[in-house]
Ligand binder design. Structure first.
Ligand code: CMC
Length: 429
């Protein structure tokens, strides 16, 4: 009969060990018993970039990278994109179940009534240079919120935790829109509680002199779908930052500022901004083959392509292509879509991309839609951050309630000098 164990023979000592296998993993600490001497710290694993290490158990999102599957709490992303709303999806991620009508009403009410930020936040944003990148402003103001809600430190208090969750989901769009208004020198537009979550965000972004802003229904819906598609994605770089910082029991504002900072990088949520720069640089379909040659020579990466987990088409990219069509019916076609589609067509025939299983990811088409909706390029990672906020918070809370979790503290393999004595400066050659 087969056993759920792994037998390991240490050829240094000839000893054999039997390690339990659970959920397709062995426990790294079980390797510690494998020693060559009693004062040896024991065997460890070396896994830069966490290519093959599970750091937690999670019931929030599920990805099958080979089949191109993404589910939140078991629900396929395609169904949520078609039938849910962003706030309902946020509830699902955080609570684990879809809400009843009454639960959804109360959830939407709570988020809607936390959208206003303290007036001092405006002064804080005023202090940034006019051309400050909105993601830098977003990261800083999310961190600054922790100073307004000192009770957020009470991370073991459930009521306090939920209050901060409402606040962060509610205020993320406000901070994002204020960062934008500052950059273009427009007065801040206050939240309008009559509007939906994405409708209010469009209001705070684009309201000019009209008394009441009326969002375009198609664009409002498109933005809602885009937020749903970005809402969670298991243990990616920013989520790991959220869990890692949260594991020291820092308040959720500080942890989310760290997560947003991780998202800012061009290999993660900053890729959508890079895609637009890349498409503009390519300029015309004729230049695509030469551009791809440079990618293949390793001069730079094709942004919006490739993924650590997806080794087939990113299901989010498929859905985003559909949203693009709806948006272009209202805004007119963004000409960059033709370059993007041709780039995808050619790349997917090239051996370089096929053998490495590099397909378009979520960031490849999202920026083209955002641009058509009149969002400036540097706002793209901020839009990603708004969508990801409920996922970060769900993962943060799951980590806090997981009895197995401890402060994150990886090992290292020390490669520095052995012990040596301090040399006075006059004796150094
Ligand atoms: N363009 C060209 N080559 C690539 C790309 C790309 N976009 N992505 C990976 N490769 C190559 C890479 O050079 C390597 O080739 P080789 O084996 O010859 O050295 C191979 O594919 C494997 O790449 P890797 O860097 O080991 O893969 P990874 O899992 O560490 O990186 C990634 C994943 C997303 C960082 C990477 O694919 C990348 O840099 N993509 C471009 C940035 C991007 O679009 N990021 C957004 C990701 S989706 C949104 C999100 O969730 O963050």
């Amino acid at each position: 009969m087969s056993k759920s164990t792994l037998s390991v023979t240490d050829n240094r000592t000839g000893k054999t060990y039997e390690l339990p296998i659970q959920d397709g993993t062995i426990r790294a600490v079980d390797l510690r018993q494998i020693k060559v001497a009693s004062d040896d710290a024991g065997l460890a694993t070396y896994d830069p970039g966490f290519l093959n290490t599970a750091a937690c158990r999670s019931a929030i999102s599920y990805i099958d990278g080979d089949k191109g599957i993404l589910r939140y709490r078991g629900y396929p992303i395609e169904q949520l994109a078609e039938r849910s709303t962003f706030l309902e999806t946020a509830y699902l991620l955080l609570h684990g179940e879809l809400p009843s009508a009454a639960e959804l009403d109360s959830w939407v009410y709570n988020v809607t009534h936390h959208t206003i930020v303290h007036e001092s936040i405006k002064k804080f944003i005023d202090g940034f240079h006019h051309d400050a990148h909105p993601m830098g402003v977003f990261v800083s103001t999310v961190a600054a919120l922790s100073t307004f809600y000192p009770e957020a430190k009470q991370i073991t208090n459930e009521t306090s935790r939920w209050n901060q969750i409402f606040r962060l989901i509610a205020k993320a769009p406000t901070l994002a829109a204020f960062a934008y208004r500052h950059s273009v020198g427009m007065p801040y537009a206050y939240p309008d509680n009559d509007l939906s979550y994405p409708g209010n965000f469009l209001n705070m972004m684009f309201k000019a002199t009209e008394v009441k802003y009326t969002p375009n229904k198609t664009l409002e819906h498109a933005l809602d779908v885009l937020f749903i598609l970005h809402a969670d994605h298991e243990q990616n770089c920013s989520t790991s930052a959220m869990r890692g910082v949260g594991s020291s029991h820092a308040d959720p504002y500080s942890a989310m500022a760290a997560a947003a900072a991780a998202l800012y990088g061009p290999l993660h949520g900053g890729a959508n901004e890079e895609v637009l720069k890349m498409l503009r640089e390519i300029r015309s379909k004729d230049n695509i083959p030469a551009y791809l040659e440079r990618v293949k020579r390793g001069e730079f990466r094709l942004f919006g392509f490739g993924h650590r987990i997806y080794k087939s088409y990113d299901p989010r990219a498929k859905l985003i292509k559909r949203v693009a069509e709806e948006v272009f019916d209202v805004t007119g076609k963004n000409p960059l879509i033709d370059i993007a589609m041709e780039l995808e067509r050619i790349a997917l025939q090239e051996d370089y991309f096929v053998t490495r299983k590099l397909y378009p990811n979520v960031d490849f088409y999202s920026g083209i839609i955002y641009e058509a909706m009149k969002f400036p390029t540097d706002m793209f990672p901020v839009l990603f951050a708004i969508g990801r906020t409920p996922g970060w918070l769900a993962q943060w809370q799951e980590m806090l309630l997981d009895k197995e979790q401890k402060i994150a503290r990886p090992h290292q393999i020390y490669t520095g000098s052995d012990k040596r004595d301090y040399v006075p400066i006059e004796n150094r050659s």
